[in-house]
Design a protein around this ligand. Structure first.
Ligand code: UD1
Length: 370
């Protein structure tokens, strides 16, 4: 029996682990898992609602790491996970994505002699000012099994000297979750209250430090979006990090409707029915690509270039002067339509489990040799 620790810590992790957990449960074979929630995100709106809606079981461990600086959070997660492994080791640590929990648990496992599998390995923005890019680089430097979402990720790993035998091009678990839930999306309560009309409103999400940590930058960006939206309502589900800075702004443009962070089924409902999404998230650009919804990324780089070359996403950048011309093209009906990248087909969780069943991990090799 292979015991796999599945690590989840922050909101974007939850939709990535759900299909893996479900595929292991469905397989009922040689794998058992321990679900480890690091506690990086802890509010119901950032965490618990996702477990409930996506049918993810209660975690076996909650490390209760909570908020803090990058180092405080990393340290708390590392201490918590080390204690778990000291009490009862596992055979494999499976981490997903690029959040602090991903990197912290990968380091702890590897130092304890436990192999690491990284789901969404190999993607790179090239922007080392982003904490996520550091998390990707560090995690992949010590990963043993690389599960990838794109040809570009495979190429980056090969260029970094990773042997082909360790790279598994499996597709995108976040898209498994999207396709599985597409027929059970939920209209948010405020949709009718605010008289929103499908195809006739914009969704924005902003939480990157570069965009939101200086209230004056946030204000300039929101004003530019509001002015170019041509009267369309702009729905802004606000991440806790952004809310703190938003509260310092004197007044928001009238068309901007601030709402709480949305549970998964409500958020995807909003995105699916939007005219367009403006975001600084990476994961959302994958969802808009599959949903065929126009997307503007308010960043200067992306670690998911296939959403631009194949999908509906365009890199608009962080300069607000780029927003009006892009909005004009959108409103004139001139936005590109896109294609879905290979293997983003809803079957990635099952592919990962098939591969996990065949791995010869370090702990087993040690046991066999003893
Ligand atoms: C993290 C991830 C980011 C991801 C984002 C999605 C890292 C480095 N960043 O950023 O990649 O896109 O999550 O949401 O891992 N807070 C709460 N309640 C919570 C969680 C956080 O109020 O449940 C507050 C914290 O007090 C903190 C702020 O939100 O002030 C930021 O949280 P943090 O986990 O540090 O990073 P995120 O910005 O959420």
């Amino acid at each position: 029996m292979l015991t796999v620790d599945i690590i989840a810590g922050a909101r974007p992790n939850f939709m990535k682990i759900a299909p893996i957990v479900h595929a292991i449960d469905a397989d009922q074979s040689s794998i058992e898992y321990r679900l480890i929630h690091t506690g990086q995100h802890y509010d119901a709106k950032m965490s618990g609602d996702f477990f409930t809606q996506l049918g993810i079981p209660e975690p076996h461990y909650n490390l209760g790491a909570g908020s803090g600086s990058q180092a405080e959070q990393t340290g708390a997660i590392m201490r918590g996970y080390e204690q778990v492994l000291q009490t009862k080791p596992s055979d494999l640590c499976l981490v997903v994505g690029d959040v602090t929990s991903t990197m912290a648990c990968a380091i702890v496992a590897k130092k304890a002699g436990i192999d690491v599998a990284h789901v969404e390995a190999g993607i790179r923005s090239g922007d080392r000012t982003m904490p996520e890019e550091i998390n990707r680089l560090v995690t992949d430097a010590i990963t043993d099994y690389f599960f990838t979402t794109s040809a570009k990720a495979n190429e980056s790993l090969r260029t970094a000297g990773i042997d082909d035998s360790a790279i598994f091009f499996v597709g995108n678990t976040m898209i498994d979750t999207l396709l599985k839930n597409i027929d059970r999306l939920r209209k948010p309560d405020f949709f009718d209250e605010q008289s929103l009309i499908s195809g006739n409103y914009i969704v924005i999400t902003l939480h990157r430090p570069a965009n939101v940590d200086k209230p004056e930058n946030l204000a300039t960006m929101l004003n530019a979006i509001a002015e170019s939206a041509n009267g369309l309502p702009v729905i802004f589900p606000v991440h806790p990090r952004t809310r703190k800075n938003l509260e310092q702004l004197p007044q928001l443009p009238e068309c901007i409707h601030v709402v709480d962070p949305q549970p998964y089924l409500q958020f995807i409902y909003l995105v699916k029915n939007a005219k367009a999404v403006l975001t600084d998230s990476g994961g959302i650009t994958e969802e808009t690509t599959v949903l065929g919804v126009p997307c503007m990324t308010l960043r200067d780089s992306t670690e998911r270039p296939e959403t631009v070359t194949m999908g509906t996403n365009e890199l608009i950048g962080t300069s607000v002067s780029n927003i009006p011309p892009a909005m004009q093209r959108l409103l004139a009906g001139q936005w590109k339509s896109g294609q879905v990248p290979p293997k983003w087909d809803g079957k990635t969780g099952a592919r990962i489990v098939e591969i996990l069943k065949q791995l010869q991990v370090a702990s087993q090799t040690r046991t066999n040799a003893a």
